[in-house]
Design a protein around this ligand. Structure first.
Ligand code: FAD
Length: 395
């Protein structure tokens, strides 16, 4: 098992660091560092810079216009970008829609959609969840009725991240109610400006607008926009979920959050001694740093196994559970470290920033609230525990 990077990999890591230092716009890095909410333009600017270098689709093989990097290079790219305050690359195009289209799509679909993902000129959203279908996704009921050369889609999706930014959606619909629920699902690509689509915002408890409800009322979707066979959508949907591999970007972001927590706890706030001088707080901080170090080691071990051809399997569930627990714990400690400034609620942040150092303290509460979502999306932590129980513990 290999746990250190080769000279070539270390040189590659330096290349990434140099590229980010030269190309990441300072205003965007500052926003990420302060945990500010990014605009669509902030995301697109950075993703298009990566796209021009061929790195927006850094996980893609060369034949589809990606760089063809090894798993280790992808890991290095993801963690370094996280550590250097790069915005997270939105996964919906490059990590979700793209691999489904180049694996199962027609030549016309590849020609139409892949360039917009590579260059980040399109923004995709994911139409999976419905009000009654989240963890139990196969029960979804948005229906697509056959109308000759097109379908008529009617129903509702929910929690659709950034649907209000998106011009395209990949969407699961029901084309048949016969047989097992998984069998009647079809995978469609939908233009978001199609007549009959309505997007309603859902404001999160942190005050930000990232979620939406998307309503479909007899929306005409050409059959040419169907991926693969009618009724086989579950196969493509599962492929997509399995390819949402271990989220290494979160490791880099968490490492940076730990550094920021240490800095915040080491500073005097309102003339009071730094919280890090308190042995109880210090012990909590060191414990979480140790937990992070052991999780990083586990990620590297999985990576080494994967490079040797093993599938990460259920171990990636362990990483997801541990990673989200640690990231959430950091935001709890940050609330303590921020002192009274942590009481700034959504809507009061700008005032709080005017009255304190322009650091991340006034955003500690909104960051804490936002990070609660980590244990829900990408398969909730309870669902991950079920996987561990079944596949690792044999229960
Ligand atoms: C930040 C964020 C972004 C999201 N973006 C998108 C998006 O862009 N597109 C999209 O389609 N969806 C999106 N989602 C939705 C997400 O996929 C669902 O929230 C998730 O699948 C859980 O479904 P649910 O909310 O319906 O909860 P439910 O499935 O109803 O679960 C409720 C609770 O019960 C638990 N539970 C459910 N089943 C079991 C079980 N079998 N065993 C043990 N416990 C169980 C869950 O863990 C949870 O705690 C997003 C969610 C979040 C938080």
């Amino acid at each position: 098992m290999k746990l250190e990077f080769t000279e070539e990999e270390q040189a590659f890591a330096e290349e990434i660091r140099a590229f980010v230092t030269e190309n990441l716009p300072a205003d965007i890095a500052a926003k990420v560092s302060r945990n500010e909410v990014l605009t669509r333009d902030d995301h697109m600017r950075w993703q298009q810079i990566l796209g021009a270098r061929g790195w927006h689709t850094y996980g893609w093989p060369v034949e589809h216009g990606g760089p063809g990097w090894s798993l280790t290079k992808r890991y290095l790219f993801e963690t370094i970008c996280g550590e250097m305050d790069c915005p997270l690359i939105q996964p919906f195009g490059p990590r979700m829609a793209g691999p489904v289209i180049y694996t199962f799509g027609t030549e016309e679909q590849k020609a139409r959609y892949l360039p917009g993902i590579r260059n980040s000129t399109d923004w995709w959203c994911q139409g999976y969840s419905e009000p009654q279908s989240g963890s139990d996704l196969a029960s979804l009921s948005t229906r697509a009725v056959d109308a000759g050369d097109h379908y008529l889609v009617t129903g509702q999706k929910i929690w659709t991240s950034y649907a209000h930014y998106a011009n395209l959606m990949f969407c699961l619909v029901r084309t048949s109610k016969e047989d097992r629920p998984q069998k009647g699902i079809t995978f469609l690509l939908i233009e978001m400006d199609s007549p009959g689509i309505r997007i309603d915002p859902i404001i999160g408890m942190d005050g930000r607008h990232s979620f939406n409800s998307v309503f479909f009322d007899d929306v005409k979707v050409p059959k040419a926009n169907r991926i693969g066979e009618e009724g086989q959508g579950w196969t493509y949907a599962k492929f997509l979920l399995e390819h949402e591999r271990v989220d290494n970007a979160a490791l880099g972001v968490t490492k940076r959050a730990l550094q920021k927590l240490r800095e915040m706890a080491s500073a005097e706030i309102d003339g009071q001694p730094p919280l890090i001088d308190d042995p109880l707080f210090h012990a909590r901080l060191v414990k979480i740093e140790a937990q992070f170090a052991s999780m990083e080691m586990m990620a590297l071990r999985l990576l080494a196994n994967a490079e040797a051809g093993a599938s990460p399997g259920a171990a990636s569930s362990l990483l997801k559970i541990r990673g989200t627990e640690i990231a959430q714990k950091i935001t709890e400690l940050a609330l303590d470290a921020a002192g009274q400034h942590a009481s700034a609620l959504p809507g009061q942040i700008e005032d709080a920033l005017r009255n304190s150092e322009p650091d991340q303290s006034p955003r500690a509460m909104t960051t804490y609230l936002w990070k609660r979502a980590m244990s829900i999306y990408g398969g909730s932590n309870e669902i991950q525990r079920n996987i561990v129980a079944k596949r690792i513990l044999g229960m």
